[in-house]
Design a protein. Structure first.
Length: 248
């Protein structure tokens, strides 16, 4: 069967002599694996379609398993995301997260729009840490692990001060704080951002100014939630952490 879909390349690997296999996240058919023949040859028309982050229309033939590319038209090459190490690192993390965190049936058009908006925000040089944490929240939601941020996860209380229980997957009020001895005491700023992220669509992200200390807390909170509920090992994340430790 011949498919014509809009997609974003979330994984690309070499295959045989001069070919590539890419995984694309489509807006209509979840994730799809496609063989792009001759993609590595210098004169290949299809070479740029095999590059990570490329947003294009892909026309491919598929009976079962992997598809074979027939034709493609680039919509947005996102070359700026590949040219700068820092941007490439964040964008690689975003696509690897989609690749590893979501089953095919969880990756619908909403996720496609969120990834598209995430790459656009990075390319427009919006704060990459904020962009990525918001994207992590959207992916946790898509995978069915969106944390409860509006009311105490134990009693439903909406007033007073809260801590974050990453184990229970939400906030705990003071009265219920003994339900999780490992809860995280996050500042008001970090909790507010997480609550905002829970409601916000990637496409609405503007320029937010966030203090470094708050970003640090946000990172701890998001990471504990993701590690507890999704348990992913992402190569791109180790690389990002290294860059955090040794800024360039
Ligand atoms: Zn409570």
């Amino acid at each position: 069967m011949l498919y014509r879909v809009e997609g974003i390349v979330i994984r690309s690997m070499d295959y045989g002599e001069g070919n590539k296999i890419v995984t694309i996240l489509t807006n209509t058919h979840g994730k799809a694996g496609i063989v792009i023949r001759g993609a590595k040859k210098l004169k290949s028309r299809h070479g740029s379609l095999a590059q990570l982050f490329t947003h294009a229309e892909f026309v491919f033939f598929k009976k079962s398993g992997l598809g074979t590319l027939n034709h493609g038209e680039i919509i947005e090459s996102h070359h700026v995301l590949r040219e700068q190490l820092m941007m490439a690192a964040y964008a690689s993390y975003a696509v690897e997260l989609v690749d590893k965190a979501l089953q095919d049936d969880e990756a619908g058009s909403y996720v496609f729009e969120q990834l598209k908006a995430c790459l656009k925000a990075l390319a427009e040089e919006k704060d990459p840490q904020i962009t990525i944490h918001l994207f992590e929240m959207k992916m946790m939601e898509a995978a069915g692990y969106g944390p409860e941020m509006d009311a105490c996860i134990s009693c439903g209380n909406t007033d007073g001060e809260f801590s974050l229980s990453y184990r229970l997957g939400g906030i705990l009020c003071r009265r219920c704080s003994d339900k999780d001895p490992a809860r995280l005491e996050l500042g008001e700023g970090a909790l507010k951002l997480m609550r905002l992220f829970r409601r916000m669509d990637m496409r609405r992200l503007g320029n937010i100014q966030v203090k470094d200390a708050t970003k640090k807390e946000l990172k701890t909170g998001m990471r504990q939630l993701m590690d507890t509920h999704m348990g992913l090992t992402l190569k791109s994340r180790s690389f990002l952490d290294q860059m955090d430790r040794y800024p360039i």
